[in-house]
Design a protein around this ligand. Structure first.
Ligand code: S3P
Length: 167
């Protein structure tokens, strides 16, 4: 059975935290973006370049649907909870959905350090603020618990999530 789902904006730490949670809870981890890349044999950037965001979102939905039988921890992509059908799938899993949150400033810094995000690479702080504001209601509808990540290490965030799960 699925154990836990992580959602949140690009750079919120979903991939890193899911790895730590997987180790501490002794669960497998499925990263939706990596699974998309594995199944399509293309990078996320290549899919965006070839099929646009629309094409990517369809693939993302299909792979999410297939992944719902996965047993372990699921790390979604930053845009996954925005589609109504995705939100339904996530909620139907019936497991805790944790939102990782970060301020626009910290998100900007984190995105600067990586360049593998077709949507994230060109965003300035104000773009990030706007996109986060637009997405916030979708994240909030989806999440059971939210962790502010700005001033916490991945280990501390992981600890906080485990404490929440034990309640
Ligand atoms: C996206 C986030 C990315 C990836 C794609 C689109 C988004 O995932 O799915 O580039 O719309 O926020 P990460 O949140 O893992 O970067």
């Amino acid at each position: 059975m699925m154990k836990l789902i992580l959602i949140g904006f690009m750079g919120s730490g979903k991939t890193t935290v899911s790895q730590l949670l997987g180790r501490q809870l002794d669960e497998e981890v499925l990263d939706l973006d990596r699974e998309i890349e594995r199944q399509t044999q293309q990078t996320i950037s290549q899919i965006f370049a070839q099929s646009g965001e629309k094409g990517f979102r369809q693939i993302e939905h299909d792979v999410l649907q297939q992944s719902m039988s996965f047993s372990g921890i699921l790390a979604t992509g930053g845009g996954t909870p925005l589609r109504e059908d995705n939100l339904l799938l996530l909620r139907q899993a019936g497991v805790p959905i944790i939102l990782l949150a970060a301020s626009p400033e910290v998100t900007y810094q984190r995105l600067q350090q990586q360049d593998n995000r077709p949507l994230g690479n060109k965003l300035g702080i104000n773009d990030i603020r706007q996109l986060q504001q637009y997405r916030q209601p979708f994240y909030d509808r989806c999440a059971d618990f939210s962790v502010m990540t700005d001033h916490q290490t991945p280990a501390e965030i992981t600890h906080q999530i485990i404490k929440y799960l034990q309640k």
